[in-house]
Design a protein around this ligand. Structure first.
Ligand code: ADP
Ligand code: MG
Length: 257
C-alpha cells in the first residue's frame, strides 16, 4: 500500500523543499520506493536534486494541463529508489489555466492514481500559497506533513492552513489526515526555539515529530550542489536528523496517531 504525503505550509522559507528532498532521499536510502512530485513553480526540489530545468521536456505542468501520462514525466535521480516529477517555471501559468477546467482540483489525484502502485511513498512539495496547486496536492494526498520553522511567529498563518485542510476534508478529500508537524531550523542556543517547541506541542500534541531539525549549514549548501544531504555530506548532523525523521515516518506506517 502506498502513501501520498503533501508537504505544505503557505509560508515560504519554512523548510518544505529541504524536507521534501531530504526526507524522500532518506526514505529511499532505507529501501523504500519513492516518487517526489515538485509542484512549486520555483522548481527548487527539481534543481536541488541536480536536474537541469532546461533539459526537462515534460514537467508536472504537462500532467496537470496537457494530460500527459505521469510516467512520461518521471525522471530517475542519483539516489537509487528515488524518482521525481520535475517542475519548471511553466507551472506558474497553471494557477490561472486550471481555473476554468473541469474537476480542476482532482487533476493531480487522477495522475497519481496512474502510478502510485509502483511506489511506497509519493511525496508532494507544495508551493508557498493556498492556491489551486496546493488544493490539488491536498486533494491527492492521504496526509499532510506541516513543517514549522522555530521562530517568533511560528504559529502565525497556521489557522489559515488548517482551515484549508478542513475545507478539503469536507468537500474534496474526506480521508485527508495530518501526517505530522515537523519543527525545522531550530537554533538550540536560543530560548526562543525552546519556547516555540513548547507552544507547537501544546497545539498539535502527539502529532509533532520527536525528530526536530536543527539549523545546519550543510543542509543549506547541498541544493547548490544538486544533491540531497545524504549524498552531499552523509556524516553531517543534517543527514543524521533527516534519516531519523525517515525512520519515524516509517514507524507510523501501520499506526494512526
Ligand atoms: P520552503 O520550501 O518552505 O520555502 P526551503 O526548504 O527552501 O523552504 O528553506 C528555505 C531556506 O532555508 C533555504 O535556503 C534552505 O536551504 C534553508 N534551510 C532549510 N532548512 C534548513 C536547516 N535545517 N538548516 C539550515 N538551513 C536550512
Ligand atoms: Mg520550497
Amino acid at each position: 500500500m502506498s502513501k501520498v504525503i503533501a508537504i505544505a505550509n503557505q509560508k515560504g522559507g519554512v523548510g518544505k523543499t529541504t524536507t521534501s528532498v531530504n526526507l524522500s532521499a532518506c526514505l529511499a536510502s532505507l529501501g523504500k520506493k519513492v516518487l517526489l512530485i515538485d509542484i512549486d513553480p520555483q522548481g527548487n526540489t527539481t534543481s536541488g536534486l541536480g536536474i537541469n530545468k532546461g533539459d526537462v521536456s515534460n514537467c508536472i505542468y504537462d500532467v496537470l494541463i496537457n494530460e500527459v501520462h505521469p510516467k512520461d514525466t518521471i525522471l530517475e535521480t542519483a539516489i537509487p529508489g528515488l524518482h521525481i516529477i520535475p517542475a519548471t517555471i511553466q507551472l506558474a501559468g497553471a494557477e490561472i489555466e486550471l481555473v476554468p477546467t473541469i474537476s480542476r482540483e482532482q487533476r493531480l489525484k487522477k495522475a497519481i492514481s496512474l502510478v502510485r502502485d509502483q511506489y511506497d511513498y509519493v511525496m508532494i512539495d507544495c508551493p508557498p500559497s493556498l492556491g489551486i496547486l496546493t488544493i490539488n496536492s491536498l486533494t491527492a494526498a492521504d496526509s499532510v506533513l506541516i513543517p514549522i520553522q522555530c521562530e517568533y511567529y511560528a504559529l502565525e498563518g497556521l489557522s489559515q492552513l488548517l482551515n484549508t485542510v478542513r475545507l478539503v476534508q469536507k468537500h474534496l478529500n474526506t480521508s485527508l489526515q495530518i501526517e505530522g508537524v515537523l519543527l525545522t531550523m531550530l537554533d538550540a542556543r536560543t530560548n526562543l526555539g525552546l519556547q516555540v517547541i513548547e507552544e507547537v506541542k501544546k497545539y498539535f500534541q502527539q502529532k509533532v515529530y520527536q525528530t526536530i531539525i536543527p539549523r545546519n549549514v550543510r543542509l543549506s549548501e547541498a541544493p547548490s550542489h544538486g544533491q540531497a544531504i545524504i549524498s552531499y555530506d552523509p556524516k553531517s548532523k543534517g543527514a543524521e536528523v533527516y534519516l531519523e525523521l525517515a525512520k519515524e515516518v516509517i514507524s507510523f506506517e501501520k499506526v494512526s496517531r
